[in-house]
Design a protein around this ligand. Structure first.
Ligand code: SF4
Length: 460
């Protein structure tokens, strides 16, 4: 029992987080920057921060994640990191030759108070940035928010720098994606392609963090949103922001900057959220929904109908990121499952509002919480008080799942002990089928393990 000290007795805590259900801001900024073609993320802080962020992403995607660091020493920690960043920009452009350096800050540089905007302006004034190349930035102080805040800040950073309004509209739709897997970003493009809608997807980590083995290492793989695509976003017909926590801030900035109207939707996870996305995309682009997508929807409904008897009334505990949890909880309710415990380490009122709307009418006994005190320890205590039939979350959930003998579906970030998440989508109708397969598989594996011999069935 690895978590044997967790008890079911909950003590009110005001200044202690135990096993947080989140990670730090720069991890998100780094992931978002990798979704832009030819972009090298740069961590303005100490080497340790950068190593940790790269490691977290490398372990999740099983791909080498490239990022540079300002490598603060004791001197820069006292006097500021300007000299380090100026040197870094010069060195990176001469050795690695990226198109963009995307700088994010860390706790240390934020505490010192480095003005990264001013330092990057100096790199331009001092001609350290070659013609046609760019340095962009965002602030990611990790003592507030989470990796989700960092992701949102970096995407908004790209919007601050690139989109331009020329007055000549382009028949395309911007899709600003929340934090999802490369497979999910590919699925968004597949759906748009099936609907014959031209989109610009920002960021886009497909073909960056799920690249085929060719035997040749590319520092900058072929995927990622290109600079011309980002510039053109200022002339698009409209924007769909997928995920209020990750994508809405960038969409607001784009509207303010280039007057491109936006709609915010939940990530298209599950039946209803995917319905809303397909409807919004077809309206925005003024196209009808093709038969292939209607058929995918029908297949998901068929699968739900067939599997419903195994899912009905099952109690589920979930933890992770708010943009993922909200549509996921809605999907579980659609399946007649009972999401009874939900926690997210990312702060923000919209999470509670969304849970109130989805859960209060159908699962009034549900407990949910987000922010600093909403940690894995609390989730485990709730589970100890009244057990669940399924746990959904990232790899850190395996300790609770093992101690309490709960079927466990890995979803979210980070997943360090399994593969597949970056290759098979969770988004869209096809992603819904994949998710449902995993949920059902986990539940039925336990049923098979524990069934009495006379009840051990070959057929479902
Ligand atoms: S929390 Fe702050 S100090 Fe720690 S790794 Fe993240 S940025 Fe660095």
């Amino acid at each position: 029992m690895l978590l044997r000290h967790t008890t079911d007795k909950i003590t009110e805590r005001s200044a202690l987080t135990i096993n947080p259900a989140k990670t730090c801001q720069p991890v998100g900024a780094m992931y978002a920057a990798l979704g832009v073609h030819g972009c090298l993320p740069h961590s303005h802080g100490s080497q340790g921060c950068c190593s940790y962020h790269r490691t977290a992403l490398t372990r999740h995607f099983k791909e080498p994640v490239m990022a540079a660091t300002s490598s603060f020493t004791e001197g820069s920690s006292v006097f500021g990191g300007q000299a380090n960043l100026l040197q870094a920009v010069s060195t990176i452009f001469s050795i690695y030759k990226p198109d963009i350096i995307a700088v994010h800050t860390t706790c240390l540089s934020e505490t010192i108070g480095d003005d990264v905007n001013q330092i990057l302006q100096k790199t331009r004034d001092d001609k350290l940035v070659p013609p046609g190349k760019h340095v962009v930035h965002c602030n990611t102080p990790s003592y507030v928010g989470s990796h989700i805040t960092g992701y949102s800040n970096m995407v908004a950073g790209f919007i601050n720098y690139f989109p331009q309004k020329t007055g000549k509209k382009i028949n395309q739709i911007n899709i600003i994606s929340g934090w999802v897997e490369p497979s999910d970003m590919r699925e968004i493009k597949n759906i748009a392609s099936a609907m014959e809608v031209k989109i610009v997807l920002l960021p886009d980590t497909s073909d960056v963090l799920d690249t085929p083995m060719t035997g040749k290492h590319e520092v900058f793989p072929k995927g990622g949103t290109t600079i011309p695509e980002m510039v053109s976003m200022g002339n698009s017909r409209s924007t769909i922001a997928l995920g209020p926590f990750c994508a809405e801030d960038a969409a607001i900035k784009l509207e303010n900057k280039c007057k491109v109207k936006f709609t915010t939707l939940e990530l298209p996870i599950g039946l209803k959220a995917t319905d809303r996305f397909i409807t919004a995309l077809s309206r925005a682009a003024n196209v009808s929904v093709p038969e292939s997508i209607t058929d995918d929807r029908g297949r998901l409904i068929d699968m739900i109908t067939d599997m419903h008897k195994y899912l009905y009334g099952k109690r589920v505990a979930l933890f992770g990121d708010p943009d993922t949890l909200t549509p996921l909880v809605e999907f579980l309710v659609t399946l007649d499952m009972k999401p009874v415990y939900v926690v997210s380490g990312t702060p923000g009122k919209r999470f509670e509002e969304a849970m109130n709307t989805i859960l209060k009418p159908v699962v009034p006994e549900a407990k949910y919480m987000n922010g600093q005190r909403a940690d894995m320890f609390l989730l485990h205590q709730w589970i100890k008080q009244e057990p669940v039939d399924l746990l959904i979350g990232n790899s850190y959930g395996k300790y609770i799942a093992r101690d309490e003998n709960i079927p466990f579906v890995r979803l979210g970030f980070p997943i360090m002990d399994r593969v597949g998440h970056s290759y098979f989508p969770t988004l869209g109708y096809k992603g819904g089928m994949h998710l449902l397969t995993n949920i059902l598989g986990a539940i039925m594996d336990k049923m098979d393990r524990e069934a009495l011999e006379e009840k051990f069935e070959l057929v479902m």
